[in-house]
Design a protein around this ligand. Structure first.
Ligand SMILES: *Cc1c(COP(=O)(O)O)cnc(C)c1O
Length: 356
């Protein structure tokens, strides 16, 4: 498939807004990638065009039944002036996994990755240069057929939009406070907890709002069946570092399979750390925090990279982890991952792809 390219004339483009604090996800670049799907035609009309509103029928499937999936990755401006993507092939593969689960058409992973690189190349002036900042990339697919019956849509839109984002840790690499909820659950076995689909995030809002009112940044989710096993935190996977073991919950179908998670597991194993993916109870975590056996706790995800957890609230008690300080393992993982992403360190795993 050919990509039609239709760019705004220079004088119609927005003024670059890359100075000062860039808020997350509020500024968008001048252009977007866009393509359409119809049952009879497959994917067609691939184009890079001006960023603009999408006009949909009020009966479009996505509005009523949330048949939609998305991805999130970043383009980094390297210390050598080259533009890097971190494991974008994994995002494409995960998007297709999500598509299959939501009865949506698969994309041609290589084609879409090529289109993504082309778009980032066209918009490269929008990549902020400060270390820690990046161009956030949001691919999304949704069912657009105008039909109120509950069945897979026969028509879809796929697009990619770009948003320059500031450094997550402008104020320092400081641990966050998280709230363990046993009132709400995020995902049940057999459901869609391991899919990046809109409804999961709408369903999590009430718990986040309650946690924030109490002074906590994020929610730590427990399993839906026994409300005992730790799952993940906010939009991050979670790790616990005990004296002799780095533990992260196994992918049992209710947890999003994070690409940062996968990368952290591989690096830690290569550093000789005993990494295990297993079920872990909240009681084991609390006991570890109480006795000091739990050395560190941190979340992992594209937005924050590594987010140290310093405090955990559970059943009305607050527990401190590692004295509320960032531990050496979280620091080392953060330095190594961002080092690879910004081209300061070699990429021994072949995780980086360049733009163009
Ligand atoms: C996207 C996401 C993650 C992190 O995945 P990465 O690929 O590391 O960015 C973790 N949990 C949830 C619920 C997510 O949506």
């Amino acid at each position: 498939m050919e990509i039609t390219i239709n760019l705004l004339p220079e004088e119609k483009r927005k003024r670059l807004e890359l100075e000062g604090d860039l808020p997350f996800g509020r500024i968008f670049t001048d252009h977007m990638f866009y393509m359409l799907y119809q049952k009879e035609k497959g994917w067609h009309s691939a184009q890079i065009k001006p960023y603009e509103p999408i006009c949909l029928d009020p009966a479009a499937v996505v509005f009523h039944y949330s048949q939609t999936i998305f991805e999130g990755l970043k383009a980094y401006y390297g210390v050598d002036g080259k533009i890097r993507l971190f494991r974008p092939d994994r995002n494409m593969a995960r998007m297709n996994r999500s598509a299959r689960r939501m009865c949506m058409p698969e994309i041609d992973e290589e084609f879409v990755l090529k289109a993504l690189k082309k778009l980032v190349d066209i918009e490269k002036a929008w990549i902020p240069k400060e270390k820690g900042s990046a161009l956030y990339i949001r691919p999304l697919m949704m069912g657009t057929e105008a039909f109120l019956g509950v069945k897979p849509s026969g028509e879809y839109i796929f697009f990619i939009i770009l948003s320059p984002v500031g450094a997550y840790y402008r104020e320092g690499f400081n641990p966050i406070k998280i709230y363990v909820t046993d009132k709400y659950v995020r995902a049940a076995p057999g459901g869609v907890g391991d899919v990046k689909t809109g409804g999961n995030y709408a369903a999590s809002l009430a718990a986040s709002e309650e946690a924030m009112k109490l002074g906590y940044t994020q929610v730590l989710w427990l399993d839906a069946v026994e409300r005992r096993y730790v799952e993940e935190v906010g939009t991050m996977n979670i790790f616990f570092y005990f004296e002799d073991e780095l533990v992260t919950p196994s992918l049992t179908g209710t947890i999003l399979p994070g690409i940062t998670r996968e990368s952290v597991i591989q690096m830690a194993k290569d550093w000789g750390i005993n990494v295990t993916e297993r079920r872990i109870t909240i009681d084991e975590v609390i006991e570890g925090a109480r006795t000091g056996r739990l050395k560190e706790c941190f979340g992992t995800g594209t937005a924050a990279v590594i987010s140290p957890v310093g405090w955990l609230a559970y059943k009305g008690e607050e527990y401190v982890i590692a004295g509320g300080k960032t531990g050496p393992l979280a620091r080392r993982l953060f330095d190594e991952l961002t080092g690879i992403q910004y081209g300061e360190k070699p990429d021994p795993y072949g995780w980086i792809q360049f733009v163009p």
